[in-house]
Design a protein around this ligand. Structure first.
Ligand code: ADP
Ligand code: MG
Length: 269
C-alpha cells in the first residue's frame, strides 16, 4: 500500500517548511514477532506545535510514539527497521544513550502513574537522579514544574503528602509536572485524558495549549474532538500505516483520503 500524496498534502508540506522538525522518521517498520505493527512510516514532528495521532484501537498509535523514546524496545519480540532522527541525530546510534534520549523526550501515560511518594518527591526524583542535591535548587525545580503543569496552587500547602491522595486529574497534572522537571524538549502523551473526568480533561487540554509555547508535543488520542480542539497537525493511522498527515483543520474539514473521511465521520472505529 503506498502513502497517498495529493496536491493538498504537497501544499501543506510547503507551508510547513519553516517549522523545524524535532523528529524525522523515515521508512520505519516494526514487528511484534510476525505481527507487522508499523508499516513504512514517514513522519516529521514540528517544533513547538501539537501533533495529534488518531485512529482506531490497535492501529499502532502507542507503538509509534514509544519508538520515539525507544521504550518500545523493552518488548523482547520487537524488530525494527528504518530511521529515526531526533534533532539531526540517529537515535539508534550506539553513542546516543537511551537515558540521554529520554531526558530530552519525556512521556505521559494514559493512567496517571505517580510514584508512591510525596508530591514533592515525585517531582524532585528525576532532578536528583541527574545529580541535583541542593535543597534550594530542588525547591525551585519543584515549584517551577508544578506551576508549569498548572497544579501549584492546588498542592503548594501539601507538598509532603502522598501523591496518591490527589484526584485522578491532579495526579495526571503531577505526572506532567514530573516530566517537566527533567526539562524535556519533546513531550509524548499517550491518551493522557482517557481516564479523566470532563473537567480534568479540559484542564489538561488547556495545559497542552500552554505547554506548546516551550515544548514540542505529540498526543495520541482516540477523541477526535480533542485532536480538533488542541492540535496543529493531525495524523490518521490505520492498520499500522499513516493514511493522512496534514494540518488539523484540513484533516477534519477536507480529508484527502476516503478512509480518513470514513473514520472522522464515524463510519468505523
Ligand atoms: P493503539 O495504541 O493504536 O491502540 P498499539 O500500538 O497498542 O495500538 O498496538 C498495535 C498492534 O501491535 C496491535 O495489533 C497490538 O496487538 C500489537 N501490540 C502492541 N503491543 C504489543 C506487545 N507488547 N506485544 C505484542 N503485540 C503488541
Ligand atoms: Mg494505545
Amino acid at each position: 500500500m503506498e502513502i497517498t500524496i495529493n496536491h493538498k498534502n504537497v501544499n501543506k508540506e510547503q507551508v510547513q517548511q519553516d517549522a523545524v522538525p524535532v523528529f524525522k522518521v523515515n521508512n520505519l517498520n516494526l514487528w511484534y514477532g510476525q505481527d507487522h505493527a508499523l508499516k513504512d512510516i514517514k513522519f516529521d514532528i514540528p517544533e513547538k506545535q501539537v501533533t495529534a495521532i488518531i485512529g482506531p484501537s490497535g492501529c499502532g498509535k502507542s507503538t509509534f510514539i514509544k519508538t520515539l523514546n525507544r521504550m518500545v524496545e523493552m518488548v523482547p519480540i520487537v524488530r525494527m527497521s528504518g530511521e529515526i532522527n531526533y534533532r539531526g541525530r540517529n537515535i539508534f546510534d550506539s553513542k546516543y544513550g537511551v537515558e540521554e534520549l529520554r531526558t530530552q523526550v519525556g512521556m505521559v501515560f494514559q493512567k496517571p502513574n505517580p510514584f508512591p511518594k510525596s508530591i514533592y518527591e515525585n517531582i524532585a526524583y528525576g532532578p536528583k537522579i541527574h545529580g541535583i542535591k541542593n535543597k534550594k535548587v530542588l525547591d525551585e525545580v519543584v515549584e517551577k514544574s508544578l506551576r508549569g503543569a498548572a497544579i501549584w496552587d492546588e498542592v503548594k500547602d501539601r507538598l509532603h503528602e502522598n501523591a496518591f491522595g490527589l484526584s485522578g486529574g491532579q495526579q495526571q497534572r503531577l505526572c506532567i509536572a514530573r516530566c517537566l522537571a527533567i526539562e524535556p524538549d519533546v513531550i509524548l502523551m499517550d491518551e493522557p485524558t482517557s481516564a479523566l473526568d470532563p473537567i480534568s480533561t479540559l484542564k489538561v487540554e488547556e495545559l497542552v495549549q500552554e505547554l506548546k509555547k516551550e515544548y514540542s508535543i505529540v498526543i495520541v488520542t482516540h477523541n477526535m474532538q480533542q485532536a480538533a480542539r488542541i492540535s496543529d497537525r493531525t495524523a490518521f493511522f490505520l492498520n499500522g500505516e499513516v493514511i493522512e498527515f496534514t494540518d488539523t483543520s484540513t484533516l477534519f474539514s477536507n480529508p484527502s483520503d476516503k478512509r480518513t473521511e470514513d473514520y472522522i465521520t464515524g463510519r468505523f472505529g
